[in-house]
Design a protein around this ligand. Sequence first.
Ligand code: DQA
Length: 144
Amino acid sequence: MTMKKFLVLNGPNINMLGIREPGVYGNGSYQDLEDLVRKTARELKVKVTLQQSNSEGQLVTWIQEAYGKYDGIVINPAAYTHYSIAILDALKAVKLPAIEVHISNVHQREEFRHHSVTAPACVGQIVGLGLTGYALALRYLAAR
Ligand code: DQA
């Protein structure tokens, strides 16, 4: 049986986890996020590729390249969540099951974070559960 493969994508400033606003995002670093995702993948017996970029075009390219290669995407588009039609269109184009993850509870924050332009292209969204959201998203996709 071939292992399922998932792409875990993170947008701008997620590489700054641990340094960036710990009161909002917690003390966990990007390395901790990576360790959690890899540990979860081992438990679930799935393969994962993790990528982070501060640039919208790079995220769009990775989504496009996932077509035909991955079984699903876990994506935290970070600030692009709130305005990237290019990421929305890329997710729609590849038609892979995607779960949108936000570390913080965006609904408890500024009004401009309440709306996601990318969520309509996703199967579902996990918000406000910290880094655990990524593990839960992978668990869902693996069981799907
Ligand atoms: C975020 C929430 C966004 O509003 C913000 O721009 C981020 C991170 C989160 O994971 O909580 O960069 O996506």
